[in-house]
Design a protein around this ligand. Structure first.
Ligand SMILES: NC(=O)c1ccc[n+]([C@@H]2O[C@H](COP(=O)([O-])OP(=O)(O)OC[C@H]3O[C@@H](n4cnc5c(N)ncnc54)[C@H](O)[C@@H]3O)[C@@H](O)[C@H]2O)c1
Length: 293
């Protein structure tokens, strides 16, 4: 798919993308691609992101998309966001939740010693906020029948990734909210899904301790290699379009095959080399490792 290819998949549709910060953001790429596919969109983020990010530039790229300031952890913000959205765009066909934040990760607290106020905030901002967006979208009667709701997840919802800390718990919550809402929204043909994306260099992603190593490992373990933010946005277009109208309550892996792999030949070779090279094993802290017989 060339960078400029577009198929009119979202022609005539309207939607809102929460969480684009700068060009590296997954939400940014989704907003640009949605506009390119023919949608009229609004974009939203917290006030601080308007100062530190490039929201105005994104708005211009997306046909002067309305920009709505909203903290997705605050009921009143989300309520007025959908009120304003309805005034500016009318009823909409998709919501994209591309929001994540953990103060515990930022401060690199060990999982055993998490600050519980920050833990609650991680769950609220990164998980519960999806519930809140859907709840207030319904209360404001802003969703058209057949709409698509999409959030971004990571495989740490199901598997342990040491340094992903409380974000793993938040992603489990996020995916569970998708399942709980699914049948309720289905009465109106509305779908709700998560895309579970490869590690991606963004502001949130690269704030995770050891991110570079996670990225490299994941790339080696993925038969198709890690998926980029642009590729994620391309995939997201199919989920926002009518082509996926019977897909709901799913956690859709977009990870180059990573989630189905047991071992890849490059990873096995690397492990074998390290374990049989005393000096190298010592350098990476594996000098005492003895494979179980
Ligand atoms: N980067 C990765 O490796 C990766 C992998 C899988 C899934 N994801 C998910 O993709 C989504 C987007 O993250 P990203 O990697 O593009 O990083 P990003 O930093 O570009 O985006 C995160 C956004 O969340 C916003 N945000 C934080 N608190 C908020 C609040 N209270 N209300 C509204 N918005 C708030 C930030 O301002 C920011 O724009 C997140 O859910 C993230 O967990 C990222």
């Amino acid at each position: 798919m060339s960078e400029n290819a577009h198929y009119g998949l979202l022609k005539g549709k309207k939607g809102i993308v929460f969480g684009p910060l700068d060009e590296s953001s997954i939400g940014w790429q989704i907003a640009v691609h949605a506009h390119r596919e023919g949608a009229s969109i609004a974009i939203s983020n917290v006030a601080a992101a308007m100062r530190f990010g490039n929201t105005d530039e994104l708005s211009a790229l997306c046909g002067n998309a309305p920009v709505i300031v909203c903290d997705a952890s605050k009921n009143e913000d989300v309520d007025s966001c959908f009120g304003e959205l309805k005034e500016k765009l009318g009823k909409i066909d998709f919501i994209v939740h591309s929001i994540g934040m953990s103060q515990n990760i930022r401060k690199q607290l060990p999982y055993e010693e998490l600050n519980y106020e920050w833990f609650m905030r991680t769950l609220d901002v990164s998980g519960l906020s999806l519930h809140r967006l859907v709840s207030y979208a319904l209360k404001n009667d802003v969703l058209n029948d057949g709409a698509s709701v999409l959030a971004l997840s990571y495989i740490a919802s199901q598997r342990n990734y040491w340094t992903y800390s409380d974000m793993g718990d938040a992603k489990s919550l996020l995916e569970s909210i998708v399942r709980s809402y699914g049948p309720r929204l289905a009465r109106r043909g509305i779908r709700i899904n998560t895309i579970s994306q490869s590690p991606t260099y963004t502001k949130a992603g690269s704030g995770i301790p050891g991110f570079e190593k996670m990225f490299e490992y994941s790339d080696l373990m993925s038969p198709l290699g890690n998926a980029s933010a642009v590729e994620c946005a391309e995939y997201a277009m199919t989920i926002l379009s009518d082509l996926s109208r019977k897909v709901t309550m799913q956690n859709l892996f977009h990870d180059g095959g990573y989630s189905s792999m047991g071992a890849t030949i490059p990873m096995i070779k690397l492990a074998h080399e390290v374990l049989n090279d005393k000096e190298l094993a010592e350098r990476v802290g594996l000098e005492d490792f003895k494979p179980a017989k």
